[in-house]
Design a protein around this ligand. Structure first.
Ligand SMILES: Nc1ncnc2c1ncn2[C@@H]1O[C@H](COP(=O)(O)OP(=O)(O)OP(=O)(O)O)[C@@H](O)[C@H]1O
Ligand SMILES: [Mg+2]
Length: 250
């Protein structure tokens, strides 16, 4: 079954939508539209009766709700009907607490010397446990995690870090949700572990056009397992409805 993102012009690029219960990565530069993309995906499901949760690890929930409420996405109504949840993990998670070992996390609790346990970002284990509880409690079917970059996968050993990210993404599959993981796009040329581990990868670009001296916004589908998808870099526009996908850039 295909899950519609609800983003105008996008679903037709991926055979009608995302595949159910899979994990997708939406990676983009600052201000490229990651939050907007994720919230539109959740609002579209919520309108059709599927509860969705936006898991916040990077900013405050109030700021995101305030900004996203400026679009005609019925955010306030969906939140009050308990079809859309903005869950702020900042206060909920004991940052840096030393959890029990589980299948979710590698046995690795090193922190950089500059970090005290209170300041260290949450571990994949604590984030997963929180999400699992929320999914069960609210019967969540769509998830957005903002962002993967804010979780502490770091390890002294690169192979261990790779395992930890892969394991986190595989564990999300057990939740029975279609999930969008947001992440910072540092270098579009370099492939990252989370890109390999996800079922699909979407880039949101926001770059300077040297000739026109303006920022150009675009979306591009990098991979989409099991799907015949578009590969062009397509313009995007922020409208009252949120993001709208336009024609390929020249
Ligand atoms: N109401 C609005 N109407 C049109 N465009 C808007 C509106 N609100 C925000 N924008 C545009 O959207 C951009 C931010 O989008 P969004 O928050 O989805 O990006 P992001 O990739 O999540 O950013 P960050 O990297 O900061 O998390 C703003 O920089 C602005 O250009
Ligand atoms: Mg954002």
């Amino acid at each position: 079954m295909r899950i519609k993102t609800g983003i105008e012009g996008f679903d037709e690029l991926i055979e009608g939508g995302l595949l159910q219960d899979r994990q997708y990565l939406v990676s983009g530069s600052p201000g490229s539209g990651k939050t907007t993309f994720g919230v539109q995906f959740l609002a579209s499901g919520a309108l059709a009766g599927e509860a969705g949760a936006y898991i916040i690890l990077s900013e405050s929930a109030d700021t995101i709700i305030e900004d996203m409420s400026r679009y005609n996405l019925l955010i306030g109504e969906l939140v009050s009907k308990k079809k859309l949840f903005f869950l702020d993990l900042g206060p909920a998670i004991q940052y840096g607490s030393y959890e029990e070992l589980s299948s979710v996390i590698t046995p690795d609790y090193e922190q950089s010397q500059a970090e005290s346990p209170e300041e260290a970002p949450p571990t994949p284990f604590s984030v997963f446990m929180y999400i699992e509880a929320a999914v069960k409690q609210h019967n969540i079917k769509r998830l957005v995690i903002d962002s993967l970059s804010a979780i502490r996968f770091a390890s002294m050993y690169p192979a261990q870090e790779e395992k930890s990210i892969g394991r986190f993404i595989r564990n999300l599959k057990t939740l029975g949700c279609t999930t969008i993981l947001l992440s910072e796009l540092i270098n579009p040329e370099a492939y990252t572990i989370e890109q390999f581990a996800s079922h699909g990868v979407i880039f949101l670009h926001n770059f300077l056009d040297d000739q026109k001296h303006t920022m150009v916004r675009a979306v591009q589908i990098i991979k989409m397992r099991g799907t015949k998808h578009d590969c062009e870099m397509r313009g995007i526009e922020f409208t009252k409805k949120g993001l709208v996908v336009l024609k390929p850039l020249k």
